[in-house]
Design a protein around this ligand. Structure first.
Ligand SMILES: Cc1cc2nc3c(=O)[nH]c(=O)nc-3n(C[C@H](O)[C@H](O)[C@H](O)COP(=O)(O)O)c2cc1C
Length: 437
């Protein structure tokens, strides 16, 4: 079966350094402030012709596990995390083709502030910017901004919809040809082509126009990660790229089909919504080396179960320190107002205990891909053949320069050799590259 080329994104877990104690991690535990390893990563991504790097974020230090920050800080788990907008600026400066998508919580900004910030970044990067708009998965993030906690799940998406509509109205305040910069007539901008937004909704209002001027891309790339029906509807209505984690190719296909159907129901061309699936590959020079590394990772999780449980506690808002480890998940009846995808994880692993499911997952959701570059490239080809598109979001539980090289100098050349991923960028702007295939 021939597979059409697919897209590659990198899922950067913020600028935290949880791999600081691992082999081949250099001195990242003490050098993290300069974010140099992430600059190296961006340059390597660009060499490997990734479409974009997505900078994940949540704006709090975890303490859900056992009601303490201890595990999170001891293991540098998602803390420290520098502001993704600042990191995006640094990565934009270090690259010229790679797309950059920082995450923003709708609760953490006013739409005008975000529209101006991302608009400015789109200008500075010459049209390579996006924004991953999230509604938050924990009360803690909201509490840092003065709210008591998260609103009810679906109503968060209603607020996010107001937010995005306000932002779009602001990005649209400058017509593309408003700036003429004509030295002969002495006119820099044609004021008849710059408009007020005059946006009013239940949650936000904004007057406009945006004082930072037009964006090279008109609007930045919108990324979304909704997993629930309401989340999928939101993504299908607004997103240019949807990021998702699904355990099997069948689930990926089902998810992508749902997003595409929903996009059609909103009058959009489904090919304009690129769905990228999270994978956490383990690459070795031989199959046995890769298998050994998976076994070592599982043993590491088993020996330090609290780290994996604390990670899940942070994203689900469930305190796993108070959940029995050796009772089947199906009997526990856990639920959350955070990510609804945990319900799916519980249902899929209903017969496993929390301990067993956590070790099997080994800190990474998505399908297990392990082996030589050639073998993993083949697995990715097979998955895309079954799913139909549109690509993968590659992640790791902790960036080291060794892992970067395994992907960009090991795996990607194999994908390119098979004609599955691009060997060069056809365009300067992110949207054009995303829409190329
Ligand atoms: C690949 C991926 C990346 C995500 N990145 C973030 C993030 O950076 N920050 C955040 O607060 N939530 C993030 N989320 C959580 C989503 O925003 C969303 O809450 C989650 O997918 C659940 O969707 P649902 O609420 O529609 O079930 C991410 C989810 C996925 C699947």
């Amino acid at each position: 079966m021939t597979v059409k080329p697919f897209h590659l994104g990198w899922f950067l877990n913020g600028t935290s350094v949880p791999a600081w104690g691992q082999p081949f991690s250099g001195a990242i535990g003490t050098q993290w402030q300069s974010a140099e390893i992430f600059v190296d990563l961006a340059r390597a991504m660009e060499r490997a012709c990734f479409d974009y790097v997505l900078i994940e974020d949540n704006t709090f230090v975890g303490d859900r596990y056992g009601d303490s920050m201890e595990v999170y800080l001891k293991h540098a788990f998602q803390a420290p995390r520098q502001d993704p907008m600042i990191v995006a600026t640094l990565l934009a400066q270090a690259t010229s083709k790679l797309g950059i998508i920082p995450t923003a919580g709708s609760f953490a900004y006013h739409p005008y502030m975000l529209a101006r910030l991302v608009g400015s970044l789109d200008q500075l990067s010459k049209g390579r910017m996006g924004v991953n708009l999230v509604t938050g998965t924990s009360d803690r993030a909201l509490q840092n901004y003065g709210y008591p906690g998260m609103g009810e799940h679906d109503s968060r998406y209603d607020t996010a919809e107001d937010f995005i509509n306000a932002s779009l109205a602001l990005w649209d305040t400058w017509e593309p040809d408003a700036v003429v910069a004509d030295v002969h007539t002495g006119v820099w901008a044609d004021h008849t082509k710059v408009h007020r937004a005059d946006f009013e909704s239940a949650t936000y209002s904004t007057r406009g126009p945006l004082n930072s001027g037009p964006l090279p891309q008109g609007r930045p790339i919108i990324s979304q990660a909704g997993g629930s029906p309401r989340g999928i509807a939101f993504a299908a209505k607004y997103a240019d790229t949807v990021i998702a984690i699904q355990a099997t190719p069948a689930k990926m296909k089902e998810y992508r089909d749902k997003v595409r159907e929903a996009a059609v129901s909103f009058g959009r061309n489904p090919d304009d919504v690129k769905v990228l699936f999270g994978i956490w590959p383990t690459i070795g020079s031989s199959q046995s080396e890769a298998d050994d590394r998976i076994a070592a990772a599982r043993a590491g999780v088993a020996a330090n179960l609290e780290v994996a449980l604390a990670a899940m506690a942070k994203s689900t808002d469930i305190d796993f320190a108070n959940v029995p480890l050796d009772v089947p998940l199906g009997e526990l009846g856990l639920s959350t107002n955070g990510t609804q995808q945990f319900a799916e994880f519980s249902a899929r692993n209903a017969t496993l205990t929390l301990r067993e499911a956590t070790i099997a997952r080994s800190g990474a959701a998505g399908p297990a891909l392990a082996g030589t570059p050639d073998h993993v490239a083949g697995l990715m080809e097979d998955i895309m053949a079954e799913v139909g598109g549109d690509g993968f979001l590659i992640g790791t539980n902790g960036v080291t320069r060794r892992f970067i090289a395994e992907i960009t100098d090991g795996l990607v050349p194999e994908l390119q050799r098979r004609g599955l991923t691009r060997r060069g960028y056809s365009f300067d702007q992110l949207r054009d590259n995303l829409l190329e295939f």
